[in-house]
Design a binder for this molecule. Structure first.
Ligand SMILES: [Zn+2]
Length: 415
């Protein structure tokens, strides 16, 4: 048996999205509607009713984990997702190249994304990695650039702690933050914060006069003249899915966060075409990659970021268009190519990202399960409202174990 879980990030919406309809309702999705007609539909609270999910915590919950027990922060998943390895005791951060200017009070952020820099990141990565932190700290670090301004940082050494604030003020026009322990008197956190602050300062020193940045400034572009970090996290204690269910899986996701979440659970990250240089998703390419991966692995987790990006941009037309493209290029292809005698598929979102609000909200998201062991219900279309009539009712997270149940992969609880 094979299983495939597809998560369209930020899929859910509200009736205020588009002329009284959610984007999913407004989108023409004949292939998803057909899956709904053949399968069982329900509403899933990504974590629980009234819990407003982040993408990371929502994914952990949907993949069968308890985020309240295992979530330590996004930094660790970012680091794993860009191909770094983390050991217990390391502290990982999400890192951004940013543009700053020196003012009398400190360093002021001009552009948190350094003009979405698309050149020379590996060169700048090497410059960052050549920085030496003061010997007294006895802390090593490794930085890895990924796509555009994005990257991840790992601090390594004895006596580190992830209970520190970041240096990224998360808003242009404000000063670069000084990292501080989240609890006063935590010696390990003080050391960690001191290392991060020193690295941040030195990143500015080595990057501000770098030839690449001088050229960018001459060309009127934002320089990538500092590294800003956030989301400090240590390695969560997660059991691999293989150790629990005895099946081997892979993850297809362009976003490093999602690749990292899959990897933290023992999934093999499958690099996507164009992965190194852009986050442009091509549902048709993802469809082909998925089919190839399914021949090799027992199960697959596929992540698509498009609907969430459009939701954050508050662009209903773009969200509708990307949902229609997923339907036409990914779902139609899989429906045609999968062996439905031996495959179960689940399709859902990780949370709601309504157009009006432009950020995640706590409503449940519709979900479909389809395959030979799924008892079809009466729902014939796939959207939030139709899902209220679905045979699966309303449940919280756990989509992957629910999918695995149809493949008879679940261990028994009790005797
Ligand atoms: Zn999300």
């Amino acid at each position: 048996m094979k299983a495939i879980l597809i998560i369209a990030d930020g899929l859910g919406g509200r009736p205020t999205d588009y002329n009284g309809k959610t984007c999913l309702k407004a989108a023409k999705t004949p292939y998803l509607d057909d899956l709904a007609a053949r399968g069982a539909v329900g509403l899933m609270d990504p974590i629980g009713p009234g819990i407003r999910p982040g993408s990371d915590t929502a994914h952990l919950s949907i993949l069968g984990q308890n985020p309240y027990k295992v979530y330590t922060g996004r930094g660790v998943f970012e680091a794993l997702g860009v191909g770094m390895e983390m050991a217990p005791g390391d502290v990982g951060f999400r890192a951004n190249f940013a543009a700053v200017e020196l003012v009398s009070r400190g360093l002021r952020v001009l552009d948190r994304r350094a003009g979405r820099i698309s050149e020379g990141q590996k060169e700048l990565e090497a410059v960052i990695n050549s920085i030496e932190l003061s010997e007294a700290l006895d802390i090593d670090f490794e930085f890895r650039a990924s796509t555009q301004h994005r990257g991840a940082l790992i601090l390594r050494g004895n006596g580190l702690c992830h209970c520190v604030g970041g240096t990224d003020p998360k808003q242009a026009g404000t000063l670069v933050c000084t990292s501080r322990p989240t609890e006063e008197g935590d010696i390990d956190a003080q050391r960690t914060a001191a290392a991060l602050n020193e690295l941040t300062k030195k990143s500015y020193e080595v990057l501000c006069n770098h030839p690449l940045n001088r050229r960018r400034v001459e060309e009127g572009k934002s320089p990538a003249n500092i590294l800003l970090c956030r989301g400090a996290a240590d390695l969560p204690s997660l059991q691999s899915i293989e150790s629990v269910y005895g099946v081997r899986g892979a993850v297809i996701a362009l976003g490093s966060l999602y690749r990292g979440i899959g990897k933290s659970l023992g999934m093999k990250p499958i690099t996507a075409a164009g992965d190194a240089s852009s986050l442009d998703e091509d549902p048709a390419a993802i469809a082909e990659m998925s089919l190839a991966a399914l021949s090799e692995y027992d199960y697959l987790f596929v992540h698509i970021k498009g609907p969430d990006n459009a939701g954050h941009d508050q662009d209903a037309a773009a969200k509708i268009a990307v949902i229609e493209r997923i339907d036409r290029e990914l779902i139609a292809y899989l429906d045609l190519q999968l062996d439905w005698r031996t495959t179960h598929l689940a399709f859902t979102g990780d949370h709601t990202t309504p157009i009006d609000y432009g950020d995640h909200t706590a409503e449940p998201v519709p979900i479909i399960f389809v395959g030979p062991n799924v008892l079809p219900d009466k729902v014939k279309e796939f959207n939030e409202r139709a899902a209220t009539e679905g045979g699966l009712g309303r449940f919280s997270g756990q989509a992957l174990p629910i999918l695995f149940n149809y493949n008879n992969w679940l261990p028994k609880f009790g005797s």
